[in-house]
Design a protein around this ligand. Sequence first.
Ligand code: GSH
Length: 207
Amino acid sequence: MKLFYSPGACSIGIHVILEEIGKPFETQLVSTRDGSNKKPEYLAINPKAKVPALLRDDGTVLTEFPVIAWWLAKANPMSNLIAVEFEAEARTLEWMDYLCGTVHPQGFTRQFRPANFAKDAEDEARVVAQGKALTEGYLQVVERGLAGDPWLLPSGYSVADCALFFITNWASGRSGMTLPPKLARHQAAMMARPAVQRALAREAKAA
Ligand SMILES: N[C@@H](CCC(=O)N[C@@H](CS)C(=O)NCC(=O)O)C(=O)O
């Protein structure tokens, strides 16, 4: 298996999941900062020009964070990264969808790529401020909904926590926001995991 990732991007969450599973995997750097994700070689792998993408052992490529995370968890049941119980599995997917489908593109993409939303260069500061305000609101939704302490779900640590990890990292890092208490505890608990430390160290070396 091979993960296509960019250091510091949302792909860190999938990187952590692969480390949690512990089976051998390769990584390939596709920097979104220098536009490598838009080069023909990568578009042949993922025409969406996004990371993460996962090349599987049968030669097929899977894209979209929640789907890659779900597939890895289901393909590796011994790793206990998704609840077996039907309702808890649905709640795991529900959180991943919110984090990857709303918080990331609506809150953070406005802050990190304001030109995608702004009318012109002068409008970009307004878009960044709007992204920050939206993110503050989204983080409050997660703070109120976080029921596992420190994990998102009472059913225990899961791939949804790996999705929340890239969100809290961006919020407290690039966005300079103060995390509300439960999210701060979640981030600290993630940072204490050896799998997280290994993924971060590999990405730091490549950055
Ligand atoms: N819907 C995708 C979004 C992935 C995504 O937006 N990834 C960002 C990095 S965090 C990216 O590749 N951006 C490159 C670009 O938009 O040029 C998913 O959940 O996997």
